[in-house]
Design a protein around this ligand. Structure first.
Ligand code: ATP
Ligand code: MG
Length: 334
């Protein structure tokens, strides 16, 4: 695993719709950093086109992309080794969408539970073709670099299943008898695959319920004070019946490296206010060094642009090779 000869590829990404939050951190970023330190080759896609799945226009993309890069580097992603790239900068990756679209039915796309959920939260009255085909462009993002592992949150599992289906069908149709072109990638879930936001729904950049990694300590306190809980005074860890309280306990537990049951025990009859005070302290304490590093890096935007340019160049090299292989096995070399 740690030898230079075989570095398993890992791909994952985050839409440039706002700064990263605690859900990203505990759901995916920590796994990315760990895999990288174990020797994996890390690809991070910033899918700018995919911003348009649920809204008409993508605002302030360059600034938002820089914020994401700051988050990545601040949590420990190695700028010298990781390939961080923007989706629209890699034409060959996008061209994979067409053959992949031929491998999935419209009924399968309509059935995808993540697409359904994204439609429900969409800002658009109509469902665009881009939204419906979300799992297919995501398959292109993952398969262009033949990633084996995808560290994601729970919401992404149906999309990943679609990627596996597309890889399998492509191999069966075009490389029958030969060695398969695409591996079937595996999802890697963390211990916190679905962190709830302050409104009790999935914490999301676009739903106004997130605690950003780069938020200030007072802002963090204010957001956690406003988080939805319940009226029971005694705090217990019971994810099924008390999802909001339990998500807060898990968050504190993750920050402090403790069991959430032990955190609940400590709060006992202290109620939601004691719980929130404890969570605030735990989050601010845990994020302090990350926020410090983020503020330092924020001073050098030129460096961020350099890292992105390098990532885009590398992603293009990889995508060009894969597209050439795809066209060859499809008999499209002229
Ligand atoms: P948006 O609201 O714009 O869709 P988001 O917060 O849902 O933003 P994404 O860019 O869609 O973030 O997701 C990036 C990655 O982070 C995905 O792997 C996703 O599964 C993971 N992730 C997002 N939110 C959470 C969460 N609340 N808990 C765990 N993982 C999450
Ligand atoms: Mg999302």
């Amino acid at each position: 695993m740690t030898t230079a000869a075989f570095r398993p590829r890992v791909l994952t990404g985050d839409r440039p719709t706002g700064p990263l939050h605690l859900g990203h951190y505990f759901g995916s970023l920590q796994n990315r950093v760990r895999l990288q330190s174990e020797g994996a080759e890390l690809f991070i896609v910033i899918p700018d086109y995919q911003v348009l799945t649920d809204r008409d226009t993508a605002e302030k993309l360059p600034e938002t992309v820089e914020e994401l890069m700051l988050d990545y580097l601040a949590v420990g992603i190695d700028a010298e080794r990781a390939v961080i790239f923007t989706h629209s900068s890699v034409p060959a990756l996008n061209q994979l969408l067409l053959p992949f679209l031929s491998l999935i039915s419209t009924a399968e796309l309509h059935r995808n539970p993540t697409v359904k959920d994204e439609i429900q939260h969409s800002r658009q009255a109509q469902v665009s073709g881009l939204m419906l085909t979300y799992p297919v462009h995501q398959a292109a993002d993952i398969l262009f670099c033949k990633a084996r592992l995808v560290p994601v949150g729970q919401d992404q599992l149906p999309h990943l299943e679609a990627t596996r289906t597309i890889a399998r069908r492509f191999n069966a149709r075009y490389t029958r008898g030969g060695s398969p072109l695409f591996p079937e990638p595996e999802a890697l879930l963390s211990a916190m695959p679905l962190l709830l936001g302050t409104d009790g729904g999935k914490m999301s950049k676009s739903r106004g319920n997130a605690i950003a990694l780069g938020a200030g300590e007072d802002e963090t306190a204010q957001l956690i004070r406003g988080a939805k809980t319940d009226t029971e005074r005694r705090i217990t860890f019971d994810p099924e019946h008390r999802p909001e309280v339990s998500s807060l306990l898990s968050l504190a537990g993750l920050c402090q490296g403790r069991d959430p049951y032990a955190v609940a025990e400590e709060i006992g009859e202290g109620g939601a206010s004691r719980l929130k005070a404890l969570v605030t302290e735990a989050v601010n304490e845990h994020l302090r060094p990350i926020r410090k590093r983020r503020a330092e890096l924020a001073g050098d935007r030129g460096y961020l642009r350099e890292v992105l340019a390098r990532g885009n160049a590398r992603a293009n090299e990889v995508a060009d090779v894969t597209l050439a292989q795809v066209r060859t096995v499809m008999g499209m070399t002229y």
